[in-house]
Ligand binder design. Structure first.
Ligand SMILES: [Zn+2]
Ligand SMILES: [Zn+2]
Length: 450
């Protein structure tokens, strides 16, 4: 039996499918899209509607069942793949699902006042301001803050408080970042869109210091500057980080950038160069989350091996999760960041063993075996040759290694602790009248020793 919904409105060029469905509901005097669709198909619950609005295949079936015009499918911004994480196809580009919000949720009150339908651009989170009116897009009902349901009774009326969404307070805002996003889509440059997406996602995890409007302005400013002049962007972002310095160490604030892909990681380093270096842990910390060991190593700017040494020495405490993964409290990481010398690797050697091999010593001192050999040659480390299964092997006395660790430090270890480049660290320290006691130009040790 062929069924046709009696009245099917003509779509606006950039109208979303949810908007079309809602207008059809109103035109045919149904209470909601759920009510309309349940005439012909069994719908489990209200959520089914949002599923239908995100699934091209499901909606194609609706077209047949309800006799909606086939041309409606052109309005559908659909996923380019089978899963909820598959990107959406829009303007010939693959837009990450992370950048897409549910239909009928965010809007510009003035646009809605001009024509009461939902615009496709509003589906994209980076479209955060209206390019036509220069207004901040509103997410959720501005009167009762409820998330706007895709199965409400009318386009412009909140399903909970029944207020008219068009009468929301209007907030003017700069539109540069939104314009950039749209220009990238128009350009067809998938690589640039990918970079934009990474920046957007990472900024999403960054804690901005102010209220919603100011934060959106700051976020848009960073996005815009990031693509124009990365140094300016870093200076701008460093000012934001410094504002929250009493709450979190800069390396913790920027952790989402530090763990991201290379361009963002490099950007975080630029920001860090412009941040204040705290000399004590954050006095106003409000919570103390635990992060993974891998993230802790990145926050501390050290390698995994170095981190394991710290955990082994119990310089850094950890909790073991049921899945055997280690987590570390952010406050403990901040302590180490603020008092780096307190975690100079001290005694890591297992004293139940009698001697240490050159490779083990290199691991403990975080250097290579050639440096260890030069330290032995110049008598900074005490070693003896032993005959082990017909081979002659050089072994280091553990007490010699331990007293070395307590008295001296290699320039590479210092650089690691201070998060600086080791290349000219010795020259810089010399300007402060701190001179090495051994090194390539002093006694032939392959690295500089303090
Ligand atoms: Zn508008
Ligand atoms: Zn409301």
């Amino acid at each position: 039996m062929n069924y046709r919904v009696p009245l099917c409105p003509y779509p606006f060029v950039n109208e979303t499918i949810g908007s079309l469905l809602l207008r059809t509901t109103v035109a045919n005097h149904h209470l909601s899209p759920h009510n309309l669709l349940s005439q012909r198909i069994a719908l489990k619950d209200e959520n089914t509607i949002s599923r239908v609005l995100g699934d091209y295949q499901l909606f194609s079936e609706m077209i047949d069942k309800f006799g909606f015009p086939k041309s409606w499918l052109q309005q559908f911004i659909h996923r380019n793949g089978p899963t909820s994480k598959s990107p959406y196809h829009y303007m010939g580009m693959d837009v990450s699902a992370f950048l897409v919000r549910p239909d009928l949720m965010a809007y510009c009150p003035l646009c809605l006042m001009e024509e009461a339908y939902w615009r496709q651009e509003w589906l994209f989170k980076p479209y955060s301001s209206c390019l036509k009116h220069g207004l901040m897009l509103i997410e959720n009902c501005p009167f009762c803050q409820t998330e706007l349901s895709s199965t409400r009774a009318q386009i412009c009326i909140c399903q909970k408080c029944h207020q008219d969404l068009r009468h929301a307070p209007r907030c003017s805002i700069k539109t540069d970042a939104t314009a950039r996003f749209m220009n990238i889509l128009k350009s067809g440059d998938q690589n640039q869109l990918r970079e934009f997406n990474h920046l957007w996602r990472t900024l999403n995890n960054f804690k901005f210091p102010a209220d919603l409007v100011t934060n959106q302005t700051s976020r848009d400013m960073i996005i815009e500057l990031y693509f124009i002049n990365r140094d300016y962007a870093a200076t701008y972002m460093a000012a934001l980080v410094n504002e929250r310095i009493a709450f979190e160490h800069p390396r913790i604030q920027l952790l989402s950038f530090l763990i991201a892909e290379k361009p963002l990681k490099n950007f975080a380093e630029l920001v860090l160069m412009r941040c204040i270096t705290p000399t004590s842990p954050s006095p106003c910390r409000t919570n103390d989350p635990a992060i993974s060991a891998a993230q802790a190593a990145i926050a501390l700017g050290i390698g995994k091996r170095h981190l394991n040494t710290l955990l082994h020495q119990q310089v850094l405490k950890y909790q073991l999760l049921s899945n055997k993964h280690k987590t570390i409290l952010v406050s403990d990481i901040e302590n180490l960041l603020c008092y780096p010398l307190s975690y100079v690797p001290a005694i890591v050697y297992d004293y139940t063993k009698l001697e240490v091999t050159i490779d083990e010593a290199a691991h403990i001192l975080e250097t290579n075996s050639e440096v260890i050999r030069s330290l032995i040659k110049c008598r900074w480390l005490e070693a003896q040759k032993y005959k082990i299964s017909s081979h002659l092997k050089t072994l280091i006395c553990p007490h010699s290694l331990s007293s070395f660790q307590n008295q001296y430090i290699l320039v590479g270890t210092l650089a690691h602790l201070w998060h600086v480049n080791s290349t000219n660290l010795a020259e810089k320290l010399a300007e402060l009248h701190i001179f090495p006691i051994a090194g390539p130009h002093i006694d032939g040790v392959l690295t500089t020793l303090f």
